[in-house]
Design a protein around this ligand. Structure first.
Ligand code: IMP
Length: 417
């Protein structure tokens, strides 16, 4: 019997999910994306070579692993091909093992214009989106007027529907935002340019996943962004426009909740956030700068600097609840090397108010390097104590620890497949 294993980011994204998905796919037959779009940035390092993926599932670097994109993912067709061609140029064979759901909503150029204009008028209230058109594409889906991958294959009807939708959005762009309209012809040409190439990759993802499960395959469900960016459970309105938590698997690729065998939360050993919104444990001092520079905390999609702060165990407890997390993977432990003291947020004062103040517990740091250590015993005692404290504070088991960007720099404490 194979297993269905889920990978979820626990905070605001950038926890290092891509590396862990890539690591676990050694024993997986398929990897599935079920929400988000190319706002994600998943960095993989294999033998020192770095690859950043946005839309293509992180299993792609392992030959023979099937990669599926479920209907919950918003798809920019040109960006999908750009990413695919980049990988193909590097010698990765993709087309025979990629399946895209016909139900994926399309991200079109007017979604990007709307995303940018909305952010613009919000001024200092802006969400800090990635500017990829994610929010407006999901809005069109929920409004039941969006175009989907399947629509690309009926050119005549696609043109009629696109014209109708663009009439509406161009009216808003011109008359509300006082900016340029998006060209219908250019959108049409750009959308249909890849239709023939895409068609052989389009298939029934729900059916394929059920068939794989029935055949005893191991399947990984790759979450994008983090749990606190979830449209319902996150720090609204400073969130993304999809459900980023484990429940989204059912709606986003048609696998029911009872078919999930293990849900792994990926948690950085400290916390980061890119974009605006509340971040109670954010640091503005030399420790914050240490985390940003040693952790190379720059957004993989937009290149923006990430905000950095202490580990937020209080937030994590709720995230464990809302995802039914089975266990944790702590990433980037080595970034804490050399700090004199390390704090963990174990609660908030005034948690209901805007100015929630973290309550910290302070622990001694460690001077030794943990970079690349692959066994728990190899870690300094204070680093082990830090991990033990996280486990106790959150009542969860740490099943993996990542000590460097490379696939192999990982302490594996549980066999999932
Ligand atoms: P959107 O998803 O582009 O609409 O952006 C909404 C919020 O989610 C912004 O704060 C983004 O910075 C954040 N966000 C979106 N995708 C990611 C990601 O992959 N990692 C981290 N933050 C993200």
């Amino acid at each position: 019997m194979g297993k269905n294993i889920v990978i979820i980011g626990t905070h605001w994204g950038d926890e290092g999910k891509g590396k862990i998905v890539d690591l676990l796919t050694e024993h997986a037959n398929a990897v599935v994306r079920f929400q988000g779009g190319h706002n994600a940035g998943h960095t993989l390092v294999v033998n020192g070579e770095k690859t950043i993926l946005h839309l293509i599932p992180s299993g792609i670097l392992r030959k023979n692993v099937e990669c599926l994109i479920g209907n919950g993912v918003v798809l920019s067709v040109p960006d999908f091909f750009k990413e695919m061609q980049g990988l193909e140029a590097a010698g990765v064979e993709i087309r025979g093992r990629m399946m895209v759901s016909p139900g994926c909503p399309l991200i079109l150029p007017h979604h990007i214009s709307l995303d940018l204009m909305r952010e613009n008028v919000r001024g200092n209230q802006k969400i800090g989106t990635t500017g990829r058109g994610i929010g407006p594409a999901y809005e069109d889906k929920v409004a039941r007027r969006g175009l989907r991958v399947a629509d690309l294959f009926n050119e005549k009807q696609f043109k009629i529907s696109l014209e109708e939708i663009m009439d509406y959005h161009n009216f808003v762009l011109e008359n509300y935002f006082h900016t340029n309209k998006v060209s219908l012809q250019e959108t049409l040409d750009a959308s249909l340019a890849f239709a023939d190439e895409l068609k052989p990759m389009v298939g029934d993802v729900v059916d394929r996943l059920a068939a794989l499960r029935a055949a005893g395959a191991n399947i990984l469900f790759e979450g994008a962004q983090g749990s606190m960016l979830d449209i319902d459970q996150g720090t609204y309105p400073y969130v993304t426009s999809s459900n980023t938590t484990a429940g989204a698997i059912s709606s986003g690729c048609g696998v029911g909740p009872m078919a999930l065998d293990y849900i792994l939360g990926i948690t950085k050993a400290y916390t980061t956030r890119v974009g605006s919104g509340p971040f109670p444990t954010e640091l503005f001092d030399s420790v914050g700068s240490h985390l940003a520079s040693v952790g190379k905390e720059v957004g993989a999609t937009t290149g923006r600097p990430r905000r950095c702060g202490w580990f937020d165990a209080h937030a994590l407890k709720r995230v464990i609840q809302i995802n039914s997390l089975s266990g944790l993977c702590i990433t980037k432990l080595d970034v804490l090397d050399g700090l004199d003291k390390i704090s963990i947020c174990i609660g908030y004062e005034n948690s209901e108010s805007e100015s929630a103040t973290p309550i910290y517990e302070e622990m001694p740091g460690w001077k030794e390097s943990t970079a690349g250590i692959r066994t728990l015993d190899g870690l300094p005692a204070n680093a082990r104590a830090y991990l033990d404290r996280i486990e106790a504070a959150c009542d969860v088991s740490i099943d993996f620890v990542s000590t460097g960007p490379d696939r192999e720099d990982t302490i594996v404490l549980k066999t999932l497949f």
